[in-house]
Design a binder for this molecule. Structure first.
Ligand code: MSP
Length: 505
């Protein structure tokens, strides 16, 4: 079997209710997966849930259920949300899967045996919410957590360390030799400077956290959530068969996900993550892989964060946007497309219903939807049945072929906004062509000429429908149905305008 195009989202913490920020990473990867499949690649799209740690234990206690019951519930909510948002993942891993827990334990013991993990003790400032230590240089003024802006807790504990410092030079060399690894480029400097500043060994076990993977040789310790979580990329793809050959259940899992061996996936072509977890994926993770002697991922890409009307999303502010609610009202596809047209991928963005509705009207209803309905209405009168081939030799076909190359380049840079900008721009050009050529008037004097213009438009629309498929799979299919060879029916608008509401708030 050939190497799969292996791409991952982070695995989602089950201590909060999923919102549009979480959906962002996953929809982005879904768009890429669908595009690559369209181009014939064998894609393996992995996602899942991150289910250990003190916070999860706390959330469960607050709900009066066991951690396992709580993680079952929230993990199921994520799965439900991905279904609603038409996410085409190939595999969903949970860190509470026995398969995963075994691999974490095997990796821990292997690194311990080879001296990359050693026992020591740690005194430092700890954030209980991040489940992470911070040193002076990382804290905010007044010794506050840089993420939660709350005081840190002084902790002293016996712990095992991963020898991160040992990999400092190897990491810098790797970054230099693989300039595409840290993406986008604008975020690479921060990581390189961080590593140049000196890496300290990382505490990778906790004695206070009970809800975690126990260290087999010292069960008073559980494995640090991040060390546990990152390993999901290995365990889900059958790395266990390499690292703990006695665990035959991994082979069953491999069969289920349609591969014969770990090497069919490894290494990942892309780990897509939000900017706040870039460091884990671009410093700690590659160092872990170096220690394990496994090939490193081709790319780690960090995207930006969504705020809502200028504010960070939070339960306490009551401004959490649930994409499924918007999707139920306006359709899944417009939500998916909005997120990637509104903000250049990699930068931060701000969500507001007003900008959603305005873009819906301008990009979808007035541009694509209008082009489709006016073209098909006029074609029904002046062309009759639609042919298999349309637009041969026209400027529109040439332009579409040229754009297709540009679009491929945009996908390589993960510039989803530029893909959509090109598609909407092309639809705008076709709408202009209608206004200039006026096929309805032309038909009065020269029906053949009018039919030729209309078929040129059909040709352009067929390209548009294929280009939209990764972003708007349902809408694109419906467009393709309407543009298919044969009789043209009467259809309702693809995107009914949101008139009154858009004028409102
Ligand atoms: N569990 C860790 C990842 C471990 S991967 C080995 C985690 N989970 S998370 O649920 O907190 O975040 C998952 C993803 O959601 C991250 O990529 C994060 O950036 C993204 N987002 C969560 N809120 C977000 C916004 N408000 N905006 C954009 N994306 C954000 O981190």
């Amino acid at each position: 079997m050939s190497k799969k195009f292996f791409i991952t989202t982070p695995i989602y913490y089950v201590n909060s209710v999923p919102h549009i920020g979480h959906a962002y990473t996953t929809i982005a990867l879904d768009i890429l997966a669908r595009y690559k499949r369209q181009k014939g690649a064998e894609v393996h799209f992995l996602t899942g849930t991150d289910e250990h740690g003190a916070n999860i234990e706390k959330s469960a206690a607050a709900k009066g259920v066991s951690p396992k019951e709580w993680t079952d519930q929230v993990s199921a909510q994520y799965k439900e949300m991905w279904k609603e948002l038409h996410i085409s993942y190939d595999d969903f891993i949970r860190t509470t899967d026995p398969l995963h827990e075994h691999v974490v334990q095997a990796i821990f013991e292997k690194l311990l045996a080879q001296g990359d993990i050693y026992k020591g003790s740690y005194s430092g400032k700890y954030c209980l919410s991040c489940e992470q230590y911070y040193d002076e240089s990382e804290m905010l003024e007044g010794g506050l957590c840089p993420v939660h802006k709350r005081p840190l807790t002084e902790v002293h504990e016996e712990t095992y360390f991963f020898k991160l410092s040992k990999y400092q030079d190897a990491l810098l060399k790797f970054y230099a030799e693989h300039p595409g690894f840290l993406s986008p480029k604008t975020r690479a400097h921060e990581i390189i400077n961080f590593v140049k500043g000196g890496l300290r060994d990382l505490s990778v076990t906790r004695t206070k956290v009970k809800w975690g993977v126990p260290v087999p040789s010292d069960p008073a310790h559980t494995v640090y959530v991040w060390f546990d979580a990152l390993i999901n990329y290995i365990s889900a793809t059958g790395g266990g068969t390499v690292l703990c050959a006695d665990k035959t259940e991994h082979r069953e899992h491999l069969k289920k996900i349609g591969a014969e061996k770990f090497e069919d996936f490894w290494p990942a072509d892309l780990h897509l993550v939000g900017k706040e977890i870039f460091r884990f994926h671009s410093v700690i993770w590659p160092a872990m892989l170096m220690a394990l002697g496994l090939p490193l991922p081709k790319k780690v890409f960090a995207h930006g964060w969504w705020t809502v009307e200028g504010e960070k999303m939070s339960k306490s502010l009551g401004n959490v946007v649930n994409p499924v609610e918007i999707a139920h009202k306006y359709g899944v596809d417009p939500v998916r497309a909005f997120l990637f047209r509104e903000v250049p991928f990699g930068q931060d963005g701000d969500f507001s219903m007003l900008s959603f509705k305005n873009r819906y009207n301008s990009d979808l209803a007035n541009n694509i939807g209008n082009l489709l309905s006016r073209t098909l209405n006029m074609a029904a009168k002046n062309v009759g049945d639609l042919p298999q081939e349309a637009g041969a030799g026209t400027a529109t076909l040439a332009r579409a072929q040229e754009l297709e190359k540009a679009i491929d380049g945009f996908y390589n840079e993960l510039a989803f906004d530029k893909v959509l900008e090109s598609v909407y721009g092309f639809a705008g050009e076709l709408n202009k062509l209608v206004d200039e050529k006026k096929p309805w008037e032309l038909a009065k004097t020269d029906k053949a000429a009018a039919a030729a213009v209309l078929l040129e438009l059909v040709c352009g629309l067929r390209f548009i429908s294929a280009w939209l498929e990764p972003f708007m799979p349902t809408v694109a299919q419906e467009m393709q149905r309407r543009l298919a060879p044969g009789k043209i029916e009467k259809y309702p608008p693809l995107f009914p305008r949101l008139d009154d509401e858009a004028k409102g708030k």
